[in-house]
Design a protein around this ligand. Structure first.
Ligand code: ADP
Length: 227
């Protein structure tokens, strides 16, 4: 079964009296456990496509099936429930809640699911990303790389079927970036988490099994990352 299936997806933004179609009939399918990079120039629709696949936004036409669930007709609340159950999301600018500590940020999705022993799970995750000693620090007290690792721990807290990441290394120095990327691929290998990454970093894209290249909202190439 495919974990993610996108069929003829089109997205038009309306505003300021003018419509802008930023994705044109995009289709692809991913098997569970696959690793996938979406690449292309700025403005080609990568972030929009990622958001539609993760259920953050709704397409204008076309379909998205995530872990067998058709997202098209779901209400915002229903999409939020699907996200909490099936999806982890990592943003380029981390998007940690500034008034919560690292530990509390990782606890948010666990508590939404009402998981027992959530604090222990969150601490184990922080330990896994090398931040056990930063558990009680606030985001402003952490470096960019540390914040991104907290955000990874948070995204993985509910062991999502699919981990989406929008330029996960975009704001990191090369060493920190390597560390975050290694963690992502470890989660893929160990837990079978499907990875869908938007990236400018061609070295990172080359580590995934498949690449989708967008230009002007259209798929210009799709296939194996390495011959
Ligand atoms: P990329 O991630 O490849 O840089 P985006 O998906 O962010 O591309 O953007 C694709 C196009 O859609 C751009 O022209 C951008 O300005 C436009 N766009 C993105 N989000 C919105 C929005 N909420 N409203 C209107 N236009 C948007």
């Amino acid at each position: 079964m495919s974990i993610l299936r996108v069929d003829n997806l089109t997205k038009t933004y309306s505003g300021a009296g003018q419509d802008l179609t930023v994705l044109h009939s995009v289709s692809f399918e991913l098997a569970a456990g696959d690793t996938f990079a979406i690449v292309g120039p700025s403005g080609s629709g990568k972030t929009t496509l990622l958001g539609l696949c993760a259920g953050l936004d709704r397409a204008t036409s076309g379909s998205v099936w995530l872990n067998g669930i058709l997202l098209d007709q779901l209400s915002e609340d229903q999409r939020a429930a699907v996200r909490n159950q099936h999806v982890g999301f990592i943003f380029q600018n981390f998007q940690l809640l500034p008034t919560l500590t690292a530990l509390e940020n990782v606890l948010v999705p666990l508590e939404l699911r009402g998981r027992r022993g959530a604090a222990q799970v969150a601490l184990t995750l922080l330990d896994r990303v090398g931040l056990a000693d930063r558990a009680h620090h606030y985001p402003a007290q952490l470096s960019g790389g540390e914040q991104q690792r907290v955000s990874l721990a948070r995204a993985f807290a509910n062991r999502p079927a699919v981990l989406f990441a929008d330029e996960p290394t975009g704001n990191l120095d090369p060493n920190t970036s390597e560390r975050v990327v290694n963690l992502l691929f470890e989660l893929n290998r160990e837990a079978g988490t499907t990875l869908v990454l938007v990236t400018h970093d061609l070295e990172l894209a080359a580590r995934t099994r498949r690449i989708l290249r967008l230009r002007g909202g259209e798929v210009v190439a799709a296939g194996a990352a390495t011959p």
